[in-house]
Ligand binder design. Sequence first.
Ligand code: NG1
Ligand code: ZN
Length: 548
Amino acid sequence: MADLIPVVVPPQFTREGNTNHLHEHKPILVGRPYSYGTAGFREHADQLPFILYRIGYLASLRARTTGKAIGVMITASHNPEQDNGVKIIDPDGEMLAEEWETYATELVNASDEEFPTAVRALETQLNDPPLGSTGSIVVCGRDTRASGQLLTQAARAGATLFRTQFEDRGLVTTPQLHYIVYVLNHASFGPAGEEGYYRHHALTFKELFDKLSKSLTNYTPKLHLDCANGIGAQKMRKLERKLPNGALNIHFRNETGVLNHECGADIVKISHKAPAGFEDVPVNERCAVFDGDADRLVYFYKKEDGQIELLDGDKIALLIAKFYKEHLSSLGLEDECTFACVQTAYANGNSTRYLEEELGITPICVPTGVKHLHHEAAKYDCAIYFEANGHGTVTYSDRFYELLERSDSEAAFRLRVMSRLINKIVGDAMADLLAVELILRHYDWSVQEWAAMYEDAPNKQIKITVFDRAAFITTKDEQKLIQPGSLQVLIDEAVKRRGEKARAFVRPSGTENIVRVYAEAASQADADLLAAEIARATDDYKDCDSDS
Ligand code: NG1
Ligand code: ZN
């Protein structure tokens, strides 16, 4: 049996306070257990140093167990600047395997007294993975939040507890860290590191761009980009410099202000309003929006009536699906190649209808959270997955690529290059933006023509802060509440009153201590009223406790 591994024991405290990497005892202000949600741990940044210390350790254990590079991304995405978060990236650039999410939750909720025992138990359960095995390394990255630096130190302290190699990649977008980890473990995929990321995307973009017609009537390269005052600003500028001259004319906005403040993909999607800083943008011009860590992308344009026309993740998915579907048909690969489009309950009802009726693609609905979409997509030779909020990508199998390589037609060439351009590892705002721009160029479409693919069913989303989100339990498809059952009865009645086209559901967030109300109806006024009515009903349940 392997020797017991020595554990550096921090000073002893209970869960009322836990010790961080600086050996400081900090009170825990959160009255509920921490949980590794759909995007890892997210809290006020002050709460996070001891969590990062422990997650740094867990990432090193994962690296030792797999003998591979593992990522630690420090970000709270679209949430406010004062929050932060952490998630672990697995060797294939995917979200952490589910059983490891449980280990993460157990380790983080252990008191200081329990922590060394929890560590030993885990090491034993995993057969004491070797220290310093070749290939095992923890690679850490962070977004622009001020707290990121201290949290990186905490992750380093935890990761190096047992001498695992730790590399700080500094400021990167979330998808860039996924790419970096993937390439470290799959050297043949593409050029390594952040510079490699730019090279890969710029060269692939150019390959397709060079083949597309330059005499265009409706498409224009001018684009206004809301960077959410986040990491996407500096990184997209770097990528843009490497693109062919004249391919894109990006007007960068919201580059250095307060992160996600009145801007960014989440706010634009939920409020249906232009971000701050877009007051002088003329009507009808194409605008794109990143979120704080540049893994979400939505588009919009301002209309004459002062409203915006939003082109969200569903519209992006359908644009890409149309492109893929038409190419597969023209290559005669429709039967040979399994193809799907994966959505969640938040997908607009009209996007689902368009997929089915106009594109002839059977939509697949999975629970919210990237890992669910990604896992479903991976079952097909080629699949497009997108959340309505703008997170998504295209995945494809080796077989798909081989099928395309058999043909030297223009269509096969375009699909091959497009598939390499889109970041198959994870939803990536920068890569998605390049893909959308090339597809619009291919069709010679204005943003209005793209928007006209289908009209969104009027919809409304509301967030409600609750005491314990675990008190709200839904069916697997997340469209009905099992608990509190009496709230579901109220929702059903409210939906019925708004007519045939109405649809609504309430679901607990996996990233914040809130529940989300989503409603669709025949008119915007009806959708607003339906959401408000359900929000009021939900509010009466906000103090529910999962134990009661
Ligand atoms: P939660 O908070 O579980 O709804 C949100 C998004 C998810 C996903 C995660 C990860 C919505 C309705 N939910 O999850 O789709 O993107 O954040 O960031 O947009
Ligand atoms: Zn994000």
